[in-house]
Design a protein around this ligand. Structure first.
Ligand code: CS2
Ligand code: MG
Length: 407
């Protein structure tokens, strides 16, 4: 079997999804997702300019060798751009392997460890009232776990990325067509207000609801430790990205002062980036994504290392991922003995489902992977013609005195 060609498409409903299609001489094709939020053209260029020419003529079933060839062969290794491009190829090769075997991918990993995977939704409110209503809305839809972000008084974007129109779930973070917007952050206001939000949530919804919260790298280590200690009583499922991801030793201070579970990894791209915090058991959940952590081959390795250290999975699933990588993660979630939870937002719109048809489905707070062979997702190229690339940015954050801060 030989690879005969590969193409990259950029675009989608409200997002610049980067979709890779690898074709073979036996007519089977595989799909991969290389979407790198707000930097989408870069993995696309890495693929078309450098990797795709090397793929032609290779046997697609040698996915391990192809992974090593692109990782070791690059000399300048790692980083989100390269790992998103390698990851997309890897997903597509696994897709081909599954289709050839006529088996869903989870079967090639070792079969199912569970029927459905627990997922969490994003409940975001510009104020406490709006947040509580949004949580109630997700509970009505069957969700057992929600990530809660709340606007802070006198700091409109304070819960991080609070949508301007007060609507929560359709917020895609990306701002198109202009330069980055700036948001103002005050750690003092956040630390004063956020514990009262958790208190109000527990009061209204009781103790069974799983509450997650994303601090989005905003705190210093001592602040994060004090915050974690204070909110321990609200029994969060996890506190995510409490401190900037660059320095993993910062987590030691938090660990010394609290038992709040910690989730990190959405901006990490390799096993080497995650190694210290997993081996030192500084985290409880690993948040990498197949999209920019080298695909299925590499993320499975991270999951296996995590299992040795009591770390469970909680893969990134922001709307920046296309249904292709969400399916790849769905197959890993079905298999992984140390599965924890999956962030779930992507399959929200009819347009998205038309572009990426699949039988995977959400029901009662769980995500169920279908038994279609391979990834079980297709890509409608005719639909894809409706979309084109639009440049977008994440917001940039400043403190009240103007100092640039972490998004
Ligand atoms: C967030 C992301 O889902 C999350 O946990 O941290 O939405 C993040 O802001 C985006 O993926 C950035 O592109
Ligand atoms: Mg996050």
């Amino acid at each position: 079997m030989k690879i005969t060609g590969a193409e990259v498409f950029i675009g989608g409903p409200g997002k610049n999804y980067v979709t890779l299609k690898i074709k073979t001489d036996e007519g089977i094709y595989g799909l991969g997702d290389a979407t790198l939020n707000n930097r989408e053209t870069l993995p696309a260029a890495y693929l078309t300019d450098y990797l795709i020419p090397c793929l032609i003529g290779k046997d697609p079933l040698n996915s391990e060798d192809i992974w090593q060839y692109f990782y070791r062969g690059a000399y300048f290794r790692r980083g989100p751009v390269a790992m998103a491009a390698i990851g997309a190829i890897d997903m597509a090769l696994w897709d081909i392997k599954g289709k050839l075997a006529n088996l869903p991918l989870y079967q090639l990993f070792g079969g199912k460890s569970r029927e459905g995977a627990l997922v969490y939704a994003h409940a975001t409110g510009s104020n406490l009232g709006a947040l509580l209503d949004t949580i109630a809305h997700y509970q009505d839809q069957g969700y057992k776990a929600v990530r809660v972000q709340c606007g802070i008084p006198d700091m409109p974007a304070g819960g991080y990325a609070i949508p301007k129109n007060n609507e929560d779930s359709k917020h895609f973070i990306t701002q198109f067509g202009s330069l980055p917007e700036e948001e103002i952050w005050s750690t003092a206001k956040y630390l004063r207000y956020m514990p009262t939000v958790f208190e109000a949530i527990r009061e209204r919804f009781g103790n069974e609801l799983e509450i997650l919260h994303d601090v989005h790298h905003r705190l210093l280590p001592r602040e994060a430790a004090a915050f974690a200690k204070e909110i321990e009583q609200y029994k969060l499922y996890w506190m995510e990205d409490p401190t900037p991801a660059d320095d993993q030793t910062a987590l030691r201070m938090i660990r010394q002062h609290s038992t709040v579970p910690i989730a990190i990894g959405e901006v990490f791209n390799s096993l080497w980036d995650c190694k210290q915090m997993i081996e030192e058991e500084l985290i409880d959940f690993i948040r990498v994504a197949v999209t920019y952590a080298g695909g299925i081959t590499h993320v499975k390795r991270i999951v296996e290392l995590a299992a040795l250290h009591h770390v469970r999975t909680g893969f990134h699933g922001a709307p920046s991922h296309s249904p292709i990588s969400m399916a790849a993660q769905g197959h890993i979630n079905a298999w992984a003995p140390n599965f924890g939870i999956q962030e779930y937002l992507v399959l929200g719109t009819l347009e998205c489902e038309a572009l990426f048809p699949s039988q995977h489905y959400y029901k009662d707070g769980m995500f169920y992977i279908s038994d279609e062979p391979g990834l079980g997702v297709d890509f409608d190229e005719k639909e894809a013609q409706r979309y084109s690339y639009k440049r977008g940015y994440h917001p940039v954050v400043r403190l009240e005195d103007g100092t640039v801060w972490n998004y």
